[in-house]
Design a protein around this ligand. Sequence first.
Ligand SMILES: NC(=O)c1ccc[n+]([C@@H]2O[C@H](COP(=O)([O-])OP(=O)(O)OC[C@H]3O[C@@H](n4cnc5c(N)ncnc54)[C@H](O)[C@@H]3O)[C@@H](O)[C@H]2O)c1
Length: 280
Amino acid sequence: VTGAGGGVGLACVRRFARTHSLVLAAPTRESLAQAEAVVVDQEASFTSVLCDVSNADAVAELARVAGEQGPLGALVHTAGLSRSMADGRHLLAVNLVGTALVVQAFLPLATRGSVAVCVSSIGAHRRAVEELDEMLLDPHEPGFASRLEARLPLRERAGLAYDLSKRGVIVLCEREARAWGSRGARIVSLSPGPIDTPMGHLEARRDAGGLERLAAFGRVASAAEVASAAALLCGPDASFVTGCDLRVDGGILAGIRYHAPPAVTAAWNSLRSEEPVEPA
Ligand SMILES: NC(=O)c1ccc[n+]([C@@H]2O[C@H](COP(=O)([O-])OP(=O)(O)OC[C@H]3O[C@@H](n4cnc5c(N)ncnc54)[C@H](O)[C@@H]3O)[C@@H](O)[C@H]2O)c1
């Protein structure tokens, strides 16, 4: 579990500790300690690795340690930043290039029955963002972020960079399905709407909340609900589910498409326009 000390990460640690021995990955000791406390509480076995997912060497070390623990059951990649946390360049480096590094490093560990689940976001499902897929095909390649920025000025547009980074996660999982499949393994993304986590609260303050009013249930997700969806995708009942994205948004996107005022739907379907963002 990457991002193991985050809101969704901790929920995944709690959920997967019931069934798996865990490799916990987080970028700080403090964050790792939070995840370790959860596993210790559940008396599950675990190994901890400090890992900044945007650092290729650190990701290679994470995969090496994971490979020593036995066959790969599940990779649950929750590490990420939201648009209030960093500028556009950093968001791409962590959310998309970092995901590409993790998926690439874990592929050699994949074996029959292994599953990778990468967390995307409903921001990736804005219609105008979906149309930019061809710009997002090569996050593994050197200079990817610079080439993208040459086409779209992203450094000052953290919201757009976030949406694109998460779109890139979906595209990556689609494209990697064949390679994972050749090993009898699966790879999928999941796209939550707002979640009751520190990141979710930070972004809700900024946007004055509201998206959840469009959900079928009129509320945000709990982190445990997102972890349950990840567990579902990792389980045998999802044996033919690969190369696709599961929306775990309580019906928000459906609400935006069919039940929101036309201005809200139109704004959602455009690229985010925004004032330059001061990173938190
Ligand atoms: N919270 C929401 O409302 C929401 C909505 C849609 C998607 N998501 C996505 O869900 C995932 C989990 O979010 P969360 O709500 O648990 O947020 P969170 O901030 O609680 O957790 C994210 C974790 O990622 C870790 N992280 C950040 N940068 C990292 C790096 N460079 N290397 C390794 N780890 C790093 C952080 O330490 C943190 O523990 C993220 O990918 C996020 O983009 C969240």
